[in-house]
Design a protein around this ligand. Structure first.
Ligand SMILES: NC(=O)c1ccc[n+]([C@@H]2O[C@H](COP(=O)([O-])OP(=O)(O)OC[C@H]3O[C@@H](n4cnc5c(N)ncnc54)[C@H](OP(=O)(O)O)[C@@H]3O)[C@@H](O)[C@H]2O)c1
Length: 469
C-alpha cells in the first residue's frame, strides 16, 4: 500500500479481513505520520470526523500489518523494487496538488491555494513554512463553492476561544490570533443550487461566535430563476437552497465579522497594489446556460466587478500527481485504471499486480467514508486476480475486466524490510508513529487540546527514534 490516508487504510483493512488468504499488508508512507487528509486536511474544529482514525488504528494493530513511514515511493523505493517483492501494489496517494485558476496575477503575494493554506493550519510539514499575512488584509476572497471553500472561510473567522481547544498547528494559531480579516467573500461561479458544499458544513457557518453569514437576496434569486432539474431532484441541493434563502434574510451587524456568500461570479484577474501584493480581485458576472447534457454551466457576461481584497484562496479542487513509472491519465489527473486495476497506457489492458484506491483512482471527490466502498471494489479485483478458478478463469467471473495474477520473484517479508531500512535508515515504524502520537497528545493535554502537532520532519524523527523500543 503506497499512502496511509483513509483509502489506503480501508483497502488494508479489507485485505486483512479476507479469511481465505492470509494476506500481509505493508504500508509505505512518505511522511513519518499516517492518516493522510484526516491529519492534514480535515479542519481542526472537526474532531469527530478525525475520530475515524480509531478504525485505522485497529487495522494497524493487525499482526499481518506493517507500517514503513518516512519512505518515499520513487525515491527510496521504485515500482520495479516493489513488483519483484509483492503480489500487489496498491497506490493510495490521493490528490496532493492544487488546481490553478489560470488567470493573471494568480501568483501575487496574498494569493494562496486552499490546499497549502489547509496544510498550513493543519501542520503538514510541506506547508508549515507558508507565509500567510492576515494582518495587512481586512477582506479575503475564497474562490469555489465546495466544502474546502467553506472550511477555509470558517477557519478564517473562528474566534481565538473557538480555536483554542483544537489541534490547529501552533504557528497557525499564532497568526490567526492576530488576524485583522473582518470579511470573507465565498465566490461561486454558478448558483446556490449548483454548489458542491453539503448541508452540515453550510449550516455550521451560522454557528460562528464572531461572524455573521450573509447572502445577497437579489443575487440568490437571480441564480435560482434558472430552472435546474438535476438540482430539483437532489436533496442536498434543495436543502442548501433553503438554508441560503434563510441566510439571505440575515441583517448585517456593524461590529461583527462576516462571511458573505456570492454567486454567479468568476475571477478573471488578481490586481496588485503599489507594494506589489494582491490588492483587488476582478470578477466577471456569469449567467447559467445548459450544456449539451442539460447541466447548467457558467457563461461569462461582459459585466465586471472589482473587489478590494488582500487575500485570495482558490478552493477549486485538488489534483492528482503522477508517480514515477506509474501509468497516469493526464486529463483526469488520476492513475489510469478500470475499477481499481491499473491499465497499460498503450494496450489499456490491466497491468499485473498494480491497483489503485481513493482520490488517485477516481479523482478528488467524496467524503472520507466514500473511500470504504471504493477500496472494496479494488480489493475485490485484487482477490479475484490472486485466485484463478479451476478452469483458469478469474474467480470474479469478470473475464473481460480481470487482470493476470502477478507472481513476485522475491516475496520475502524480512528482506523487504531490510531493503527499505538500507535505502532509508530513518524509516519510521508504527511504534515510531505511536511515540510521536503519545508525545503530541501529552503536549496537547497540558493545554486542553487533543494534541500539539509536530510540524517538522526532524522533530518527528527524533521522537520516533528516542521512544522506539
Ligand atoms: N467537511 C467535509 O465533509 C469536507 C471538508 C472538505 C472537503 N470535503 C470533500 O472533499 C472533496 C473536495 O472538496 P473541494 O471543495 O476541494 O472540491 P469540490 O467539492 O469539487 O468543489 C470545487 C468547487 O470549485 C469550483 N470550481 C472549479 N473550478 C473552478 C474555476 N475554474 N473557477 C471557479 N470555481 C471553480 C466548483 O464549481 P463547479 O461546480 O461550477 O465546477 C466547485 O464549487 C469534496 O468531495 C468535499 O465534499 C469534505
Amino acid at each position: 500500500m503506497i499512502g496511509s490516508g483513509p483509502a489506503g487504510f480501508y483497502a488494508a483493512g479489507h485485505l486483512l479481513k479476507d479469511a481465505s488468504e492470509r494476506i500481509e499488508v505493508d504500508m509505505i508512507e512518505r511522511l513519518p505520520t499516517p492518516w493522510g487528509l484526516v491529519r492534514s486536511g480535515v479542519a481542526p474544529d472537526h474532531p469527530k470526523i478525525k475520530s475515524v482514525t480509531r478504525v485505522y488504528e485497529k487495522t494497524a494493530a493487525h499482526p499481518r500489518f506493517r507500517y514503513f513511514g518516512n519512505v518515499c515511493f520513487g525515491e527510496h523505493v521504485t515500482r520495479e523494487d516493489l513488483l519483484s517483492r509483492y503480489h500487489a501494489i496498491v497506490y493510495a496517494t490521493g490528490s496532493p496538488l492544487d488546481r490553478p485558476l489560470g488567470i493573471p496575477g494568480e501568483h501575487l503575494r496574498g494569493s494562496h491555494a486552499a490546499t497549502e493554506f489547509v496544510g498550513w493550519y493543519n501542520g503538514h510539514p510541506d506547508h508549515s513554512g507558508l507565509e500567510v499575512d492576515l494582518v495587512s488584509a481586512e477582506r479575503a476572497v475564497v474562490i469555489g463553492n465546495g466544502n474546502v471553500a467553506i472550511d477555509v472561510a470558517r477557519m478564517l473567522m473562528l474566534s481565538a476561544d473557538e480555536l483554542a481547544p483544537t489541534d490547529t498547528a501552533d504557528h497557525a494559531l499564532e497568526v490567526l490570533a492576530h488576524s485583522r480579516v473582518r470579511e470573507v467573500l465565498v465566490v461561486g461561479r454558478r448558483g446556490p443550487a449548483q454548489a458542491a458544499f453539503t448541508n452540515p458544513e453550510l449550516l455550521e457557518l451560522d454557528e460562528l461566535t464572531d461572524a455573521d453569514v450573509l447572502v445577497d437576496s437579489d443575487e440568490l434569486e437571480r441564480a435560482l430563476a434558472v430552472h435546474d432539474e438535476a438540482a430539483e431532484q437532489d436533496a442536498t441541493a434543495r436543502r442548501n437552497v433553503e438554508i441560503l434563502r434563510r441566510y439571505a434574510e440575515h441583517e448585517p451587524t456593524d461590529d461583527r465579522k462576516r462571511i458573505v456568500l456570492r454567486f454567479l461570479l468568476s475571477p478573471v484577474a488578481l490586481h496588485a497594489g503599489d507594494d506589489g501584493a494582491l490588492a483587488a480581485v476582478e470578477l466577471v458576472r456569469n449567467e447559467l446556460v445548459p450544456d449539451e447534457t442539460g447541466a447548467l454551466r457558467a457563461r461569462a457576461t461582459d459585466e465586471h466587478e472589482t473587489i478590494p481584497a488582500g487575500l485570495v484562496f482558490r478552493a477549486i479542487g485538488y489534483r492528482g500527481e503522477p508517480l514515477p513509472g506509474v501509468s497516469f491519465d493526464e486529463r483526469a489527473a488520476t492513475i489510469l485504471n478500470e475499477r481499481g486495476r491499473v491499465l497499460d497506457p498503450d494496450s489499456r489492458a490491466p497491468l499485473p499486480g498494480e491497483y489503485v484506491v481513493g482520490w488517485i483512482k477516481r479523482g478528488p471527490s467524496g467524503v472520507i467514508g466514500t473511500n470504504k466502498k471504493d477500496a472494496q471494489e479494488t480489493v475485490d479485483a485484487i482477490l479475484a486476480d490472486l485466485r484463478p478458478s479451476a478452469n483458469g478463469d478469474r474467480a470474479d467471473g469478470d473475464r473481460a475486466g480481470a487482470g493476470a495474477p502477478h507472481i513476485p520473484s522475491d516475496p520475502d517479508a524480512g528482506a523487504v524490510e531490510a531493503l527499505l531500512r538500507e535505502r532509508q535508515p530513518q524509516l519510521v515504524t508504527y511504534s515510531g508513529w505511536e511515540a510521536i502520537d503519545r508525545h503530541e497528545r501529552a503536549l496537547g493535554e497540558q493545554g486542553g487540546r487533543p494534541r500539539v502537532k509536530l510540524t517538522e520532519i526532524e522533530q518527528m524523527l527524533q521522537i520516533a527514534a528516542s521512544e522506539t523500543p
